[in-house]
Design a protein around this ligand. Sequence first.
Ligand SMILES: Cc1ncc(COP(=O)(O)O)c(C=O)c1O
Length: 393
Amino acid sequence: MGCSVSETQKLIMLPGPTNVPPRVMRAMLKPLIGHRGPEFKQVMAQVLGKTKKVFETKKDLYILTTSGTGATECALQNITDDGDKIIVNVCGFFSERLAEAVKNYGGTPITINSEWGKAPRTEDFRKALKANPDAKAVAVVYNETSTGVTVRSLQEIGKLCADQNVLLMVDAISILGGDKLPVDDWNVDLCVTASQKCLMCPPGLAFVTVSQKAWEKIESKKHHRSFYLDLPMYRKFMETGYTPFTPAVSLFYALNEACDMILEEGLQARYERHRICAEAVYNSMEALGLDLMAEPESRSHTVAAIACPDGIDDAKLRELIRVKYGIDLGGSLEKWKGKMFRIGVMGSVGSPEIMSTVAAIASASHDLGFKANISEALEAARKTLSRLPARMN
Ligand SMILES: Cc1ncc(COP(=O)(O)O)c(C=O)c1O
């Protein structure tokens, strides 16, 4: 076997799925229960209460047994009538996909295009809304996972949408739980995320919040094309404490435990930990001699996008790191194919994970012939990480 480390030792520094803490893994060993019985109703009530705290919302929240795209589909399909204009920021692979998805649901995407590595500005949304006063919604990928860019003006965009009575749908798949997103305070009508990223659960659950304003649009919609993802059906079943279809019960146990860990740490402390860990990655990669792909003011605290050493393809670098050091890193997509790699800074990360990752990247790029400043990179990471409080347990 070409692998020098066992599967159990693998460190997953992907932009999802991420490392799942043993406490969360153990929670899934609880005996299975029927999803129409009183025990599940109790689990659902607990999980919902905790998840709403993580989303900072008092609005409706639904937990779907799908990947993140299922929740995006659920949010958009339930609010889109044929021909509805939806303003979408396009600045990378996932936001391009979102605009494509709008078309599939019968909507007309009005795109705000930014260069890869840059975020759209509030002004871009203001102009798009002015030019399209009949737009029904704005859809924003808060954290563009392909480029490591966060839309830092989301709060302002939310205010703009609220003032103009336009719905705001946010794809927070690669950020919720790792950076600030108070759903109610920021006027987000539909917020979507998935279990396998900053919520540090295995893949399989996705989430969608629904505001009163969103319900009004959903109720006025002429045809509900989806059956599995029909929000009115979810609401009807949720009134009795259940889901319309068989939920991934074991993942609900995992989520319950993960939410406990998140709330024990505290949201603000958690965001600060992600910020410091991301900064340690950025500082160390620059010290190593590598360029950063995202503009400084929009650099994500949950996904770091790093340029490859000159002449070294990311697949080759990542393969060496995977085989020799047992660390999985994210690859490059589309326009940036072969030119960069991505480091997930999500969920259960601290000094051990970041120092190991930096050391592995430094060694592997040296092995491939890059003149890497290894000791400077390690020192930059160590120094930045020294600002972390005691390790989360
Ligand atoms: C921003 C964003 N949107 C959508 C998706 C798709 O999520 P999933 O693969 O869980 O369906 C991802 C996955 O990485 C993502 O990062």
